[in-house]
Design a protein around this ligand. Structure first.
Ligand code: ADP
Ligand code: MG
Length: 339
């Protein structure tokens, strides 16, 4: 009997990995925006058409890439962000898996233009379903522009599974909010089908929240601030009387990365105990800074989950910080919970 195991060709492996990394257009938006942030950009522009199904383009003014790096960036496990497994415990970048661009290029038509400051000319690369179809020298501003067209063109089942343009746009907008809130120091603009949705200049966290969610929210915010040896907490919770029944705006950022955590959510809700009815949900915008060595974000390819070494301490500190801030801002139990 002959041996029957063989290594999958790269383009097949990339397409399989893409299934995990890219669920929908919003996943591409997240990966591209994060790459632009990691590249040290100060202004990032997001352009989408038809809920991202026709076009997703991210243009940044970051450090750009050399010709060789531009080619390598589309290889799987190719990254400039970590060199060894040890680096996983000291992460200061959003990326580290080196699979986003390879995955995206496996299932879409990608056009990249990039130039480093020190290079006179840049590089243009076109890749379709993992195949490089063009590579040219090009005149382009410093930074990187990546266009992703016809997402899932070669996976009809995935393409058909996409929701309406409107629903996909909502997912993209959610992603944009998360990234823009995590980095108020960076200017972000966002265009959909030619119309401007956001044009955010570099600003404070509070200003960023107001520019995204509207000026009414400003007077409803209660600031949080706490610093201990293991944790720094910054941000805002909403005054209890403005809590809603629906989920609303609830954001945790750990070391600059949006994460989901029902455990930490519970800590915040517990701090509101007695201040609002049990079924109400407070909005919050909370940034936690911890030693990167004490967390693991390599749990899922989308990196929206985090494992903390000592989550009980975190829970207690978060709860007491929120409680203390609500108290300081004279938020006392409302006699009439209906208002
Ligand atoms: P990761 O972000 O995990 O390293 P990616 O596949 O997202 O993996 O990107 C691969 C590499 O391509 C990055 O490590 C980086 O060196 C380079 N790169 C990607 N996007 C940009 C960009 N906008 N500007 C500069 N370099 C980039
Ligand atoms: Mg990346």
């Amino acid at each position: 009997m002959p041996d029957i195991i063989q290594l999958l060709p790269d383009h097949v492996a990339n397409q399989i990995a893409a299934g995990e990394v890219v669920q929908r257009p919003a996943s591409v938006v997240k990966e591209l925006l994060e790459n632009s942030i990691d590249a040290g950009s100060s202004i990032i522009k997001l352009i989408v058409k038809d809920g991202g199904k026709t076009l997703i383009q991210v243009v940044d003014d970051g450090k750009g890439m050399s010709v060789t790096d531009a080619r390598l960036s589309f290889e799987r496990h190719a990254t400039s962000k970590i060199k060894s497994a040890q680096d996983l415990f000291n992460l200061h970048t959003k990326g580290f898996r080196g699979e986003a661009l390879a995955s995206i290029a496996a299932i879409a038509h990608v056009d990249m233009q990039t130039r480093r400051e020190e290079d006179e000319v840049g590089t243009q690369l076109k890749i379709e379903g993992s195949n490089v179809v063009a590579q040219e020298v090009t005149v382009t501003p410093k930074g990187t522009s990546i266009s992703v067209k016809n997402l899932f063109f070669n996976i009809p089942a995935r393409r058909n599974f996409l929701k309406s343009d409107q629903v996909e746009l909502r997912h993209i907008t959610d992603e944009f909010h998360r990234v823009a809130l995590a980095h108020p120091e960076i200017g972000f603009s966002f265009y959909n089908n030619g119309s401007e949705h956001f044009n955010l200049k570099s600003e404070s966290f509070r200003q960023r929240i107001v520019h995204i969610f509207g000026s009414k929210i400003n007077e409803r915010l209660v600031p949080l601030e706490e610093e201990t040896e293991v944790l720094k907490i910054n941000g805002f919770v909403i005054k209890p009387e403005f809590a809603k029944k629906s989920r609303g705006e609830q954001f945790f950022f750990v070391n600059g990365r949006f994460i989901k955590s029902s455990y930490l959510h519970h800590a915040v809700v517990a701090a509101f105990e007695g201040l609002m009815r049990a079924e109400m949900r407070p909005a919050y915008f909370i940034k936690l800074e911890v030693d990167p060595a004490t967390i693991d974000i390599n749990i899922h390819p989308t990196k929206t989950e985090v494992k903390f070494d000592d989550e009980h301490t975190l829970y207690a500190l978060l709860k007491s910080t929120v409680k203390h801030s609500l108290g300081q801002f004279n938020v006392t139990p409302a006699l009439d919970f209906e208002r």
